[in-house]
Design a protein around this ligand. Sequence first.
Ligand code: GRF
Length: 203
Amino acid sequence: FRIAVFASGSGSNFQAIIDHIQEKKLDLSIELLVCDKPGAKVIERAEIANIPVFAFRPKEYVSREAYEQEIVKELQKKQIDLIVLAGYMRLVTDTLVKPYYGKMINIHPSLLPSFPGLDAIGQAYEYGVKVTGVTVHFVDNGMDTGPIINQESVIIEESDTLEQLENNIHKVEHRIYSEVIDWIAEGRVQLQDRKVNVLPQKV
Ligand code: GRF
């Protein structure tokens, strides 16, 4: 089962997936990192783990569609089964969504549909909600709008600083993203319209 990860920044989720695959010795492999920021830390992580990188500068292309076409070529060359967006800070268009709908997932640090978009953790903290969390969903061409696969809540204690909340959210992210990837690789995730069914594990 062949995975491509798209990321723009530090890549702690990317690292968690690498570590998970190594520990569990599953039949999964990350075949490609796609990165729109050639200086990002996530690229170093890929190099250390020997994962091929496709890094590009969006400004060097005439449109979003133009660089996405290049990405699709890379994905096809490597016969990618699943695209995992892990802090990829760009909207995707139909160029990617059409061929990969149901095969592209994203993680978002809030309980969607609350707090979509940038700085979801800060948004929730400022709003003063008592419960927030993490969402893993299939990607469509909206911003954080696709069908939800899994969510986990995180309680905000009154004594929590924003930094503590960020740590708590990231811990949950690093655990549940790998879980969802396993479910998909095992063929247990079914998508019907907007609803997602997760079949029980085979024994
Ligand atoms: C994560 O909080 C993820 O939910 C969001 O961007 C952040 C990426 O962090 N979409 P990292 O690069 O994986 O450390």
